[in-house]
Design a binder for this molecule. Sequence first.
Ligand code: SF4
Length: 206
Amino acid sequence: MELPDYLPVSMLNAFAYCPRRFWIEFVNAEMEINAHVLEGQIKHERAHTSGIQHEGAEATARRVYVYSDQLRVTGFADLIEIEQGRVTPVEYKKGVLGKWLNDHFQLCAQALCLEERLASGGHLFADVQLPVAPIEFGFVFYFGSRRRERVELTDTLRAQTRECIAQMWTVLTENQMPAPLEKFAKCRECSLEPICLPREVRQLVG
Ligand code: SF4
């Protein structure tokens, strides 16, 4: 397989949930469009009108393109808030806060991209002065609960996110579709189960 130059940050979410899910979506380019997935796409599109709004020293920017040359990932941050010299990324998700950390990894990857752009002198917005400082936290907004969950961008989460991105590259380099998860708890909530057939595959390979 010819490796891409960069990977989408959104695929980190899939990989963190399950490496096989990442493979099915990214390499096989397959997606099961069920009601839940469709609902999420529509809500995301509504929240994704790009643009920047100023109010004094404060600003909000929607659908901001971000990338990291170090990690070789790229994507869009749903919303960035600039307030009191602080940059805060906000990611929108359908449903409610889940049991897994995949949304946190995606948000953290966006923050790592933002920090790298700011540290390299890159301007995210032509007319907004942004501080070059670590981003301490972000938010994931869940449409289902209409709540913002604050996510601390700790050293641990940062290390886990970097490790997850490195694993994505390893899986692609090895060009081997990951096996289904050994425990099926996540499979029950996975829209790709009809494509993945985790139980059947596990039975076949023993
Ligand atoms: S059904 Fe299970 S093993 Fe298959 S992609 Fe989804 S979470 Fe992964």
